[in-house]
Design a binder for this molecule. Structure first.
Ligand SMILES: *Cc1c(COP(=O)(O)O)cnc(C)c1O
Length: 449
């Protein structure tokens, strides 16, 4: 048996792979990746795959990035880890200060994955109301087709049937508000009008139920797991206004869209007048969410880390002589110094390379090149910063799987969601790599439709 075959057989025997019906691997081989290089993943036989999904949306600056690697190596020589209860260290302090400055939310609580960040924001919101004499505020609302992670609490506010239905008996109840995803608009209705109509429905619900509502959790601008459902930013502005008016926390789940994905540093709040999502807001402090959840791109795709940022008023609701009024939540690897050093190197790159600005040219190039795809039967070609997507009109019930396989044999890693093909490449992708990405997609579509 060759090395790669032996890895495959051993993997199937011992590794339970995520989001996978393992039996399907009987006739659908795993791919053993040996190394990464920029946008490329290289398998044990030397085949190269262009990682157009940034390895599940985590990688920002390419695989094997020298600057992030060096930062982790340097940190490794001083301190690999110390528990964050009773102790602190420079990387976590520096990172918290930087994230506080970028988000306008000055208190950072850490965990290791996105779902845990969702759990933390939900628990903090509930506990904050309880500490503030409003223990009846125990309910959460989210958007239809939302995705906030798959641990039980996070799954309770997620609305993706294939992940949720099986576990429904275990989950807390939450209500879903109409999604402003503009694919769901009526014919002839503008994205903005549709977003406003959905916001009216939100207001109607909140005006009736606000006494029981702790928080509204939302993916700002793009509902990624729903198939890159995009919506008009006016919805975020209205959601903020409605939550403020009715005293309900607004949780921005920026786990997928944070760190420049949507074209600005954060989708829900930017400490920069020109890029503010809330164009008409004059009192800028008022447009911050109450919580921002971050993960995925936070370490540039190097190490697991997540963070929940919140504002001072919420932090103060826990600050007390009583122990149980504190937030007694913890994870073993909270604030891991190696992960924090990767995050600091990632943030440093945004500054030194002016990434948000230079991504604009890349976004424009991708959008121009994608016009070549309009010759196929597709609809809803859409873009938001470094996310592009379109829906293929096909009756093939296995389209996602067939497309994934056909793309791989053309050296391209994409992972369609239903009939939606999307690109979410590392920001370091070059124009010639974009050309390859589109050319491979054209070949795949020629084969499949
Ligand atoms: C990926 C994701 C999560 C969950 O993060 P994990 O690290 O996979 O637990 C939560 N919310 C959104 C919007 C995500 O895209």
């Amino acid at each position: 048996m060759s090395d790669s075959q032996s890895i495959l057989t051993r993997s199937l025997k011992s590794v339970w792979h995520p989001c996978t019906q393992m039996k399907q691997h009987e006739n659908f081989p795993l791919i053993p990746i040996q190394k990464g290089d920029g946008v490329w993943l290289i398998d044990t036989d030397g085949n190269r795959y262009l990682d157009a999904v940034s390895s599940w949306w985590v990688n920002l600056f390419g695989h094997n990035n020298p600057r992030i690697k060096d930062a982790i190596k340097q940190q490794l020589d001083t301190l690999e880890h110390v528990m964050l209860a009773g102790f602190t260290h420079a990387p976590v302090v520096e990172l918290s200060e930087k994230l506080g400055k970028l988000t306008g939310l000055g208190h950072a609580f850490y965990a290791s994955d996105g779902a845990s960040a969702t759990e933390i924001a939900l628990k903090m919101s509930f506990h904050c109301w309880r500490n503030s004499g409003k223990p009846q505020k125990t309910r959460f609302i989210s958007l239809q087709n939302s995705y906030h992670g798959e641990t039980l609490g996070a799954l309770g506010v997620t609305d993706v049937a294939i992940f949720k239905d099986t576990y429904a008996p275990l989950l807390m109840q939450s209500a879903q508000m109409p999604s402003p995803d503009f694919r769901l608009a009526e014919a002839g209705e503008s994205a903005e009008d549709f977003a406003l109509r959905c916001a009216d429905a939100l207001e109607k619900y909140v005006s009736v139920h606000h006494k029981q509502l702790a928080a509204f959790i939302i993916e700002p601008l793009v509902q990624c797991a729903a198939g890159m459902g995009m919506y008009h930013p006016i919805y975020l502005k209205r959601a903020r206004e409605i939550c403020t008016q009715y005293n309900v926390h607004l949780i921005a789940d920026e786990i997928a869209v944070g760190f420049g994905r949507t074209g600005s540093m954060f989708a829900s709040y930017n400490d920069c007048d020109s890029a503010c999502t809330f164009a008409s807001c004059t009192k800028r402090q008022d447009c911050r969410p109450d919580f921002i959840c971050l993960s995925k791109g936070i370490t540039g795709g190097y190490l697991p880390l997540s963070c929940v940022l919140t504002r001072d008023e919420i932090y103060q609701a826990f600050y007390d002589d009583s122990t149980v009024r504190g937030f007694l939540h913890s994870h073993s690897y909270t604030g891991n110094p190696l992960a924090c050093s990767a995050a600091l190197a990632t943030l440093a790159m945004f500054e030194s390379d002016n990434v948000i600005e230079s991504n604009k040219a890349k976004t424009a190039y991708i959008q121009t090149k994608m016009q070549a795809l309009t010759h196929f039967p597709i609809q809803h070609l859409r873009h938001q910063g470094m996310i592009s997507a379109f829906d293929v009109m096909t009756q093939n019930p296995h389209f996602a799987k067939d497309c994934y396989a056909a793309a791989l044999s053309n050296g391209l890693l994409i992972r369609p969601i239903g009939n939606t093909i999307y690109f979410m490449p590392p920001y370091t992708i070059t124009e010639s790599e974009i050309d390859l990405m589109i050319a491979a997609t054209v070949k795949v579509l020629q084969k499949l439709i």
